[in-house]
Design a protein around this ligand. Sequence first.
Ligand SMILES: NC(=O)c1ccc[n+]([C@@H]2O[C@H](COP(=O)([O-])OP(=O)(O)OC[C@H]3O[C@@H](n4cnc5c(N)ncnc54)[C@H](OP(=O)(O)O)[C@@H]3O)[C@@H](O)[C@H]2O)c1
Length: 338
Amino acid sequence: MTDENLHVLLRARPSPEVTASLFEPVAAPIPAVADGQFLVRVVWLSLDPAMRGWIAEAANYSTPVPLGAPMTGFTVGEVVESRHTGFPVGTIVQGRQGWRRYAVSDGSDIDRVVDPGLAPISTALSVLGLNGATAYVGLVEICDPKPGETVLVSTAAGAVGSMVGQIAKALGCRSVGITGGPDKVLACLDEFGFDAAIDYKATPDLGQALDAACPDGIDCFFDNVGAEQFDRALERINVGARIAICGTIGMPSFPLPVGPRPNRQLLIKRARMQGFLILDHYDRYAAIIARLTELYRAGHFRWREDVTDGLENAPAALVRLLAGHNSGKALVRVGADP
Ligand SMILES: NC(=O)c1ccc[n+]([C@@H]2O[C@H](COP(=O)([O-])OP(=O)(O)OC[C@H]3O[C@@H](n4cnc5c(N)ncnc54)[C@H](OP(=O)(O)O)[C@@H]3O)[C@@H](O)[C@H]2O)c1
């Protein structure tokens, strides 16, 4: 770790693959702090599958990261210099400082102040952060599961998926996960308390595996993948099922693949399917994190971190995440934990 500033700039757009060569690490001066501002030393950087969309030219829910600008990203950092009364030196903040070692802020790009006494501060990017909040909104508010119902989630060993499974258990549901690889299946069963977990890479017939894992059908489906996993799950939903579309990491964004049309199954099963973005729920972020904190304090959550050291290695770590090779929340350790 070094005290010099570093920015990782976006230099080119994916065509269509995301490669490390799209990014360039460059040295930068540590910015001066004006009145009403403070300097954040970034400690943790979150890597997210959504970054594929953030850097693409194609229309998305956000404006593409401009070429030549530091890559956008959620961070946890320490205030190391301050001329802002609300953020004294030593405050730990979760914000959007991006792929930078040091960044000046006026508070507008800070999401919340983090209590380092509650949990390791990296959890402000996972269990007690955006991933936990995403799982909470999609499962509790969109799927609205009842005790005893079966909740199925894809990318079950991942940052969002593992939280969906654990919140489902806390609500008294049967939780079933789909994930890729024997280690991830073990993590689902032994660490995250799933009642059943399916290794879709090793299963010759995903439909049969779902029948065995969900003998009473599927009441709630939290989908992070799309493609075949979505198709096979949709065939097995119960009357009145609720489906939250959270991500499509298993599908190309362009050209869109053609698959079974869901209309008929949704009609027959009187089911509801809804896409959502956690960014639309930011006005309630504090309340959602407070609810997750209660569940955390009650001992409901375990988590895994997939840590890459050094901001200069963030591009390769993002490529690894997008290939599905992470095991747990993908994080970059940008600086030493205070
Ligand atoms: N709607 C929202 O607001 C929102 C917010 C945050 C995240 N998300 C979505 O939630 C999903 C999970 O995100 P996360 O941050 O928790 O990541 P993650 O699950 O920790 O990591 C991504 C995982 O995706 C899985 N995957 C499935 N098919 C894949 C494929 N074809 N190529 C590469 N990976 C594949 C891999 O797990 P397996 O080996 O188990 O397949 C991989 O480990 C993503 O779709 C993301 O876009 C949505």
